[in-house]
Design a protein around this ligand. Structure first.
Ligand SMILES: Nc1ncnc2c1ncn2[C@@H]1O[C@H](COP(=O)(O)OP(=O)(O)OP(=O)(O)O)[C@@H](O)[C@H]1O
Length: 264
C-alpha cells in the first residue's frame, strides 16, 4: 500500500498593488507562505498591512498583481474579536463549524475543547460576549478560528490587546497547533518581539506606498526560542537601518557619527 504524500500548500503573492480612490496603498508586494511556515508583516501604522491581509483573505478584489493559493481552509482573526453579541461563547466558537455543516454534538464537543484549551473556564462558555473581558473575547476569537481546523491562518494583530501572561499562553497554544497541524500563518503585528518569537520570516514594510523593504529569515525553530534569543534578536533587528526607518526611529548614534564625520 502506498501513502499519498501531499505537496505543502502555498500562498503566492506577486506584484500586488492596491489603490483606494487615487491613493496608492500597496505597491509591488511579493510574498510566500507555505504550510508550516509563519510569516509576520511588521511596519508602521497606515502602511497597508490590513489591506494586504484582506486581499489575501479574499475580502477585497485583486486589481493589480496576483494572489494564488492552494490552501483549502483559511481562517481569519482580526484586531477586534467580532463576536456575535446574541450568541453564547460556545456558539460563537462553533460558528464556522455550523456553517460547514458539522452536527450539533460534534461542534459542541470541539468548541468546548478549544474554549478550554484557549484558557476559558467552563462557566464562560455559556456567557454572552458583553459578559466577557477583552482578553476573554480574544480567546474566543482564536478558538473560533482554530475550530474549523484551518490550513492557513490570517491574523491581524490578534494579541495586541492582551497582557503579557495571556500573550505567552496564546503564543504557546498557537505554536502547539502550528507543530501538530502544519498550519501556514500570515500575521500582522506591531510588536517586533512577537514577530521574532513566532515567525520564520519577518517582512518589514514601509509606508506611502506600502511596500516590503526588508525580509528576515529566522532559522531556529520557534519552539526552541527562549526569552534570551528573542531579546538578542530584537536588539539586532533594531540596529538595522531599514527597520529603524520603517518604524520612524531615529538613526543609531554610530550612524549619526558617521554622517558627521563625512567630509562636507
Ligand atoms: N476602505 C478604505 N477606504 C479608503 N482608504 C482606506 C480604506 N481602508 C484603509 N484605507 C487607507 O489605507 C491605508 C492603509 O490602511 P491599513 O489599515 O491597511 O494600514 P495598516 O498598516 O494595517 O494600519 P494599522 O497598523 O494602523 O492597522 C491608510 O491610509 C488608510 O487610511
Amino acid at each position: 500500500m502506498t501513502t499519498a504524500v501531499h505537496a505543502p500548500a502555498h500562498l503566492e503573492v506577486r506584484g500586488l498593488g492596491h489603490k483606494f480612490a487615487l491613493q496608492t496603498i500597496l505597491e509591488a508586494i511579493d510574498l510566500d507562505v507555505t504550510s508550516g511556515e509563519v510569516v509576520a508583516l511588521v511596519g508602521p501604522s497606515g502602511c497597508g498591512k490590513t489591506t494586504l491581509l484582506h486581499l489575501c483573505a479574499g475580502l477585497m478584489p485583486v486589481r493589480t498583481g496576483q494572489i494564488i493559493s492552494s490552501f483549502n481552509n483559511p481562517a481569519c482573526m482580526f484586531q477586534q474579536p467580532r463576536l456575535l453579541p446574541w450568541k453564547s461563547t460556545l456558539d460563537n466558537i462553533a460558528l464556522g463549524l455550523k456553517a460547514a455543516g458539522t452536527g450539533r454534538d460534534e461542534r459542541t464537543r470541539r468548541a468546548r475543547m478549544l474554549g478550554l484549551q484557549t484558557g476559558l473556564a467552563h462557566e464562560d462558555l455559556g456567557k454572552f460576549p458583553h459578559q466577557l473581558s477583552g482578553g476573554m473575547q480574544s480567546r474566543v476569537a482564536l478558538a473560533r478560528a482554530l475550530a474549523i481546523m484551518p490550513d492557513l491562518l490570517l491574523l491581524d494583530e490578534p494579541f495586541s490587546a492582551l497582557d503579557i501572561g495571556l500573550k505567552a499562553e496564546l503564543y504557546a497554544l498557537l505554536l502547539h497547533h502550528l507543530n501538530t497541524c502544519s498550519l501556514g500563518v500570515l500575521m500582522i503585528t506591531h510588536d517586533l518581539m512577537e514577530a521574532i518569537r513566532l515567525s520564520d520570516t519577518i517582512l518589514v514594510m514601509a509606508p506611502s506606498p506600502g511596500r516590503i523593504v526588508h525580509r528576515f529569515r529566522i532559522d531556529l525553530p520557534a519552539m526552541q526560542r527562549d526569552d534570551a534569543f528573542v531579546y538578542k534578536m530584537t536588539a539586532e533587528l533594531l540596529q538595522d537601518s531599514a527597520v529603524r526607518t520603517s518604524f520612524r526611529l531615529a538613526p543609531i548614534k554610530s550612524e549619526l557619527l558617521t554622517r558627521q564625520e563625512l567630509p562636507c
